[in-house]
Ligand binder design. Sequence first.
Ligand code: HAM
Length: 460
Amino acid sequence: MPRRKKIMPAASALPTKKSDKTPGRLLGMKDWVGAEGIHFDNLVQQARKFAKLYSFSPVKTPILENYDLYKKSSRHNSDKEFYSVDGDKSEKMILRPEITQGIIRSYLENNLAEPGRAARLYSVGPVFRREKLQTGHYREATQFNLEIIGDQKPLAEAVLITIAHNFFTELQIKTQVQINSLGTAECRREYCVKLLAFYRERGRRSKLCRSCQNNLGKNCLSLLDCKEEECVKVRAEAPQIADHLPAESREHFTKTLEFLDELNISYNFNPYLVRGLNYYNDTVFEFWPMNEDGTILGKTALAGGGRYDSLVENLGGQPTPAIGLAIGLERTFSRIRDKQLLTGTVEEDIVFIAQLGEPARLKSLQLFDELRHAGFNVRQSFVSDSLKIQLEEAVNMRAKTSLILGRKEIMDGTILMRDMDSGAQETVVYKKIKERLSRKDKLVEKRLNIRKEGGLYGGF
Ligand code: HAM
């Protein structure tokens, strides 16, 4: 029999480091580890909680989709941004650059249309774009998508914008909504003729960046999207699409802005916001981060969305109006100054079990299951031998109570109960632990009710 190579047990092994032989992380990708990993996870939970609160149903679609789903409907000039994957000869696949099209495909494929009312679907997950490397731009990013399918009224715009506004407000992120209307395909065609004529007039073309010069005649709206200084200067005198909207689009847009006024949501009519995605009509919007004094902090959007009344039909369904938005969770995360806000809002009453020594570890496994079955929100770190590390973990997840079990407690038939806020500890008879925790829970519940009455969700 070949001899088995002896491997040191993980707990006693020395910390390991990356060596030259370790393949490195890909550019534009990020690892979420340690406390940051826990907080990011909580942000994802916060997003799900919000979606539930506003009665959106979860949809989880594959990360790998048919290339054709995105080819016609995604970003302007985006082929070079796609991560495409070759399957067998008949099949070209794509790592989804957005979730919207996947949700619509799933809506059609699974017949999710609801008679008499719009479908409200949400999804949280990664998207992949081979983007130019710059701050705030990842090649794998996590989006929180909300889509309302089957609603033509401007109230749908107001609902979505309100949800995102409240999401950011609860995380204490100040934002301003940049909003514009792109009207109908017909009015955009007419507008583009005027816009191109403007750019070709009196030597303006030579002032544009190389990419815009190449885009002249190909995709006129993308000219307005360019961030290069020279192009921004030229754009200031360009005709605006708002002056070319048909009556119906103008009315829809006016109504949307009136709703935002009524809801007291800060917005800026931005005639040059075009959103660089091919499927939008009428309302488009983005959330830009703001400074405390109300000035714009940056144009890297935390969220973006718009109306896309033709996409369902273009993907083979019945004509169905729709609107949606996606919140970028990495960018949102980087704007949250107090990360404890996340843990604090997600879980309130965690009971953490810490143990010291082999027999205690075994017993705490049983206790863990017992408490879990009794309905307690219980956590542990059975992989760690160090009490200090375990309690640090309890602090990181903002446990309300820690139960500590060691050799002495096992012999005495007791357990240590530590209040994580005050640090006060008491010895409790092991058999009475559930009863004792329930008593503590009631106190916490009372405190939570007081908070809720104070309006955790600002009246929504
Ligand atoms: P988008 O503007 O391309 O829209 O992306 C939405 C948000 O995702 C952005 O505002 C940003 O926060 C985040 N995001 C996008 N790309 C990156 C990146 N490379 N790195 C970090 N964050 C990023 C859409 O994707 C549309 N599907 C939104 C939508 C839903 N429209 C209708 N329904």
